[in-house]
Design a binder for this molecule. Structure first.
Ligand SMILES: *Cc1c(COP(=O)(O)O)cnc(C)c1O
Length: 379
């Protein structure tokens, strides 16, 4: 029997994870405190090599956040005024904000109702629409691996090639996931990662990275993250950013890399337990075929908004947290509505009313998992 007297199950439990990595984390942080190379210290290079090897990519460039990673990638392609950048309407705001910061226009694409990933048919229709209007140049596609599952990469690559557009991967939620037995990180010309604390591989502050197999792009990204510098620090080749990865964050991430595969395995186990446990009450997330998710977020579907509110109340009464990713699709957000062409994106709109995320992190015990299931089912 569960009771409200049991301690709360939070959406995340970073303190408990910290206990697991304890001594290694201390050693890593102490090393940085000793050498004091807080910007571009040796841990940054070590982490870059480790991340590249993990994903099987030729190069990794550590940066200050997942958002800055996207900005650097699009800056390197010269994306700007007059360019249309296609991206899913159902994603985190960062994906859409960057094109606007660069003077380009985000064009929102609908998603699949079952996997929540960008819908290739909608993408084709949106590109055709923009071409027919003739005002913007279709320039880039940002595929997002939503919630940790892979976007439909083979189809996105085929569309990008046919339309002569740049394809990049926003892998902020999916580092560690795989498609057809291969780790994500090489599905597009550039892949961006986020190590925001709540992501599957999270730092203790903001951090991110870019993966690429192209040595020229890697060199450009290194220059752009550091004020557009050339071979020496005071040679300025281009307009860049101050978007380097902190040494301390790299040290934290190196400690976390040691337990990352173990964490991913546990996330997968919990997701399978939820699938089996909650299906009688809600719709569990459909799987992208031939893939392994990183399970950044485990989202189920309620019948409608009222049903979702009732579920959240029921879970709260049992001391179990839940969260809504995302309560509003981006094309309806006040910041983006003026840039949207008014087309309705019915799947994204419907999902925003029904979706609900359950707590899923690697330090949940089997007892916690059973409590979450019971809270969802009203048992
Ligand atoms: C978290 C996230 C980002 C942004 O990452 P930050 O490190 O927070 O800047 C971008 N895209 C998606 C899909 C995300 O989930």
């Amino acid at each position: 029997m569960t009771s409200t007297a049991e301690k709360p199950i939070g959406f995340l439990d970073l303190a408990r994870q910290q206990e697991e990595i304890g001594p290694n984390l201390r050693t890593r942080i102490d090393a940085v405190m000793k050498h004091c190379r807080f910007v571009m210290g040796p841990e940054v290079t070590e982490l870059e090599a480790r991340l590249a090897a993990y994903a099987g990519a030729a190069a990794c460039v550590g940066v200050s956040s997942g958002t800055d990673a996207i900005q650097i990638v699009l800056m390197a392609e010269g994306v700007g005024a007059g360019d249309a950048v296609f991206l899913p309407a159902f994603t985190y705001t960062a994906t859409a904000e960057v094109p606007l910061v660069l003077g380009a226009t985000p064009v929102f694409v609908d998603v699949d109702p079952h996997t929540f990933q960008i819908d290739p048919a909608s993408l084709r229709a949106r590109i055709a629409h923009v071409r027919a209007q003739g005002k913007l140049r279709p320039r880039a596609i940002i595929g997002v691996d939503l919630f940790g599952q892979p976007a439909p990469w083979p189809e996105l690559r085929a569309i990008a090639t046919a339309e002569d557009m740049f394809l990049m991967a926003d892998c902020a939620q999916s580092f560690g996931a795989s498609l057809s037995g291969r780790k994500l990180g090489r599905e597009a010309a550039a892949t961006t990662l986020s190590f925001f604390p709540s992501k599957p591989l999270g730092a203790y502050g903001d951090a991110g990275a870019i993966l690429t197999d192209d040595p020229e792009r890697a060199e450009l990204y290194r220059s752009l993250r550091s004020h557009g510098e050339g071979k020496t620090r005071y040679e300025v080749l281009r307009t860049g950013m101050n978007a380097r990865l902190d040494t301390l964050q790299a040290a934290v991430l190196l400690a976390k890399m040691d337990i990352f595969d173990h964490d991913l395995k546990r996330r997968g186990e919990i997701a399978r337990a939820y699938d089996a446990g909650v299906a009688q009450r809600v719709v569990p997330p459909a799987r992208v075929p031939d893939s392994e998710s990183a399970w950044a977020i485990y989202s189920v579907l309620a019948r409608d908004t009222q049903d979702r509110a009732a579920l959240q109340e029921q879970m709260k009464a049992r001391n179990v947290a839940s969260a809504v990713y995302y309560p509003m699709p981006l094309h309806l957000q006040p910041a983006y509505r003026p840039h949207h062409d008014g087309v309705s994106l019915p799947v994204s709109e419907d999902l925003s009313h029904r979706i609900l995320a359950l707590p899923l992190h690697s330090v949940l015990t089997d007892h916690d998992v059973a409590r979450v299931v019971a809270a969802v089912c009203g048992a």
